[in-house]
Design a protein around this ligand. Structure first.
Ligand code: C2E
Ligand code: C2E
Ligand code: C2E
Length: 89
């Protein structure tokens, strides 16, 4: 990719997240809720998060960022574009 291409974004689908069972989605749901509260951003259907946040979430879920990204894609919480966002990890 060109060095001038925009960085791919990590965009959480909040509607999908709210439909998932708590045992899976609980930690991500709490993390997203904390970011929403820090930003005062409550009305979105989606939430853009930092690349760095995926590292923190990977520690929480005890997986590598790449593995966790695949899991979130399989849940429908991230779209396939997110793969490109973790390529640089
Ligand atoms: P902060 O990190 O000191 O950021 C202060 C303000 O800088 C943010 O206020 C936002 O207006 C802007 N800002 C910082 N980084 C970015 C960025 O990558 N993109 C954009 N669009 N703006 C950025 P805001 O949004 O009210 O957030 C307040 C505080 O809440 C932040 O202070 C940070 O401590 C926390 N926060 C908000 N969103 C996130 C997030 O996605 N991840 C993490 N780790 N913390 C967040
Ligand atoms: P985009 O990044 O492709 O986002 C498209 C739309 O997804 C946004 O339309 C908004 O409705 C939703 N969206 C994405 N991330 C978030 C989020 O973290 N919280 C919420 N509540 N909604 C989100 P919107 O707001 O009309 O923005 C249109 C475009 O304007 C964005 O396209 C982006 O290119 C730019 N933009 C808006 N806010 C920011 C920002 O804080 N930083 C930067 N760099 N661009 C922004
Ligand atoms: P974005 O606003 O389009 O920012 C894209 C990238 O530009 C960010 O990727 C970060 O590397 C850099 N950037 C933008 N604003 C700042 C800033 O104020 N300080 C620093 N140090 N870097 C900045 P990153 O971190 O992966 O964030 C991805 C997206 O997550 C951002 O896209 C934005 O939509 C959202 N985001 C991240 N942090 C915040 C925040 O604190 N507040 C809000 N409202 N949105 C945030």
């Amino acid at each position: 990719p060109s060095p001038l291409a925009p960085a791919p974004k990590l965009v959480i689908d909040l509607e999908r997240l709210s439909q998932l069972p708590k045992d899976k989605a609980g930690p991500l749901a709490r993390y997203a809720a904390t970011i929403q509260s820090q930003r005062g951003d409550y009305n979105g259907k989606v939430l853009s998060i930092r690349q760095e946040d995926l590292r923190s979430l990977a520690v929480i879920y005890d997986k590598s960022p790449v593995e966790l990204t695949e899991e979130f894609i399989s849940w429908g919480v991230l779209d396939a574009e997110a793969r490109r966002a973790v390529e640089s990890f």
